[in-house]
Design a protein around this ligand. Structure first.
Ligand code: NDP
Length: 417
C-alpha cells in the first residue's frame, strides 16, 4: 500500500519504524491535542478559541543528498499531494541541491531630515565603536552565543538618514533580538545627533537568498498522455511566460508559497515575515518576477532554480510554545537555520515543478478537484465513511456542493433502507 492509502495511525507507525518520528512525537500527534488553555490564552490577546488544521508530511524530499520528511500544515487539499509528487520526481534525479546564505537580519534606525544630513551621517559613522558597545549591551546573550551586531551602514534616502544594523541572530529568526538592539542604538544615536529617530525596527526585506537547483531527465517528467520531452519543453515555456507576464508570475509564486507557507506554519515560524520578504525580493528588479525558473539544457534536461530570502529560525518565537511545532521541527530534522532554509527552498522548487507539470500536461483541475471532493463531501455534512463514499460519487460527475448534498442524502437513504 502507498503511504497516502494508509490510515493516519499506520502512517505515524511507519514513520516511527523508519526512524523519522520519535514514539513520543507520534503519540503527541495521535492525540491531535489542542493547546493547553493557559498557553492559548497567553499566546495572543483576546483569545476566545482555538483553530485546528491538518498536519501532513512530504516524504523523502532529497536535499543535498539527505531525505527530509517535511511537515506541512495547510487547509488546501492538493498541497501535500503536489509536493510529494514533485519530491518524487526530484528524487528520481538525485534530489535538490541547496545553499543557505549567512543568516543575517537587518535593523533600521531612521532619522527624519536632520538639519545637516552629511554631518549627521559622519557622526553616526564616527560612532561605530560605541554603536557596537551599545548593541552588545542591549542583548548580551546573543553575543555570548556568537552572534549580535555584524556590520553597520549609513546612507541618505532623500532627506532621511538611515543607519542599517546587520545582525546575526544565530538560531533565532531574530525579529525581537534585532528590535531590542535597534531601539538601544536608536536611543544612543539620538543623543549624538540631538534628535529622536523616526523609527527603529527590523526590516523583513534585504535578506540574502537561499538558492536551490535541480536537474531533471526529461523522461522522468512524462505524464499519462504526454512524453517527458514535450512536458519539459512546455515547463520551460511556462517559466519564460512568468518572466514577462506578471499575472502568471504572481500565481506561479503563490504555488511556490503553497508548500513554503505550510512548512513555515508547521514549525511555528512567522509566515507573514517570510511572505513579505519573499514578495519584496520577487519585485526587486522593479518588475514582479517568478521566484523559480526552468530552462532546457542542450542535452534536453530540465534545469530548475529557485532563489528566495527565508527569514526563519529554529528557536524562539512561537516555536517553543507550540508542542506540535516542536515535534514538526524534530520530524523535519531542522537542526539549524540553514537546514530549515534549504529544505524550504527545495520544497518551493518541487512544488513549482509539480504545478507546472500539471499545467503543461493534464491541467491543474484534474488532480485538484479529485482532492477537493473530500472537502466538498465534508462541507455537505458527510462524516466517517460517508466522506469517501460521497467523494467517490462526486468524482464521477460535476463537482458542486449541491451534488455533494444530493449524494449524501441518497447515501443516507440507502443506508436506512
Ligand atoms: P525570540 O524573541 O523568542 O528570541 C529568541 C530566543 O531564543 C531568545 O530567548 C534566546 O534566548 C533563545 N535562544 C536559545 N538558543 C538560541 C540560539 N542558539 N540562538 C539564538 N537564540 C536562542 O525570537 P526572535 O528574536 O527570533 O523573534 C521572532 C518573533 O518575533 C516571532 O514570533 C515573530 O513573529 C516576532 N516578530 C516579528 C516581527 C516582524 O517580522 N516584523 C516584528 C516583531 C516581532 P536568550 O535570550 O537567552 O539568548
Amino acid at each position: 500500500m502507498k503511504f497516502y492509502q494508509l490510515t493516519p495511525d499506520e502512517r505515524r507507525k511507519l514513520l516511527v519504524d523508519q526512524g523519522h518520528l520519535t514514539p513520543a512525537d507520534a503519540a503527541l500527534l495521535a492525540q491531535t491535542p489542542m493547546l493547553a488553555p493557559d498557553v492559548a490564552a497567553h499566546l495572543i490577546e483576546n483569545q476566545i478559541g482555538q483553530f485546528a488544521l491538518p498536519l501532513g508530511v512530504v516524504q523523502d524530499l532529497v536535499v543535498n543528498g539527505q531525505a527530509v520528511q517535511v511537515p506541512l500544515v495547510t487547509e488546501e487539499p492538493s498541497v501535500v499531494a503536489a509536493a510529494n509528487n514533485g519530491a518524487r520526481i526530484a528524487a528520481l534525479n538525485g534530489g535538490v541541491t541547496a545553499t543557505a546564505p549567512l543568516h543575517r537580519v537587518i535593523g533600521e534606525v531612521v532619522f527624519d531630515a536632520p538639519v545637516d544630513l552629511d554631518r549627521a551621517a559622519a557622526t553616526l559613522r564616527a560612532h561605530e565603536p560605541e554603536i557596537r558597545v551599545v548593541a552588545a549591551a542591549a542583548h548580551p546573550s546573543i553575543v555570548r552565543r556568537g552572534g549580535g551586531l555584524a556590520d553597520i551602514a549609513v546612507e541618505r534616502l532623500g532627506d532621511f538618514l538611515k543607519l542599517s544594523l546587520s545582525i546575526d541572530p544565530q538560531a533565532a529568526m531574530g525579529a525581537n533580538i534585532v528590535n531590542t538592539i535597534c531601539e538601544a542604538v536608536a536611543h544612543a544615536a539620538a543623543a549624538w545627533l540631538g534628535q529622536a529617530p523616526l523609527v527603529a525596527i527590523l526590516t523583513n526585506g534585504g535578506g540574502a537568498a537561499t538558492v536551490a537547483t535541480v536537474k531533471l531527465k526529461s523522461a522522468t517528467l512524462a505524464t499519462k498522455d504526454q512524453p517527458g520531452p514535450a512536458i519539459a519543453a512546455r515547463i520551460a515555456r511556462l517559466s519564460a511566460l512568468a518572466q514577462v507576464d506578471e499575472d502568471r508570475a504572481v500565481t506561479h509564486n503563490k504555488g511556490i508559497m503553497n508548500g513554503i507557507s505550510a512548512a513555515v506554519l508547521a514549525t511555528g515560524n512567522d509566515g507573514r515575515a517570510v511572505a513579505a520578504g519573499v514578495h519584496a525580493f520577487a519585485a526587486t528588479s522593479g518588475r514582479y518576477q517568478p521566484l523559480a525558473t526552468w530552462r532546457l539544457a542542450a542535452n534536453g534536461d530540465l534545469c530548475g532554480r529557485i532563489a528566495l530570502p527565508l527569514q526563519v529560525g529554529v528557536v524562539g518565537g512561537a516555536t517553543g510554545a507550540l508542542p506540535v511545532a516542536q515535534a514538526a521541527m524534530r520530524l523535519g530534522g531542522y537542526r539549524d537555520v540553514a537546514a530549515l532554509q534549504t529544505t524550504l527552498a527545495a520544497l518551493g522548487l518541487v512544488q513549482n515543478l509539480a504545478a507546472l507539470r500539471a499545467l503543461a500536461g493534464p491541467g491543474i483541475q484534474a488532480g485538484h478537484m479529485r482532492l477537493q471532493a473530500n472537502a466538498l463531501a465534508i462541507a455537505a455534512g458527510a462524516t466517517g465513511p460517508e466522506i469517501a463514499a460521497v467523494a467517490a460519487g462526486l468524482g464521477a460527475g460535476q463537482m458542486s456542493l449541491a451534488r455533494a448534498q444530493a449524494l449524501l442524502a441518497a447515501q443516507r437513504k440507502d443506508d436506512e433502507s
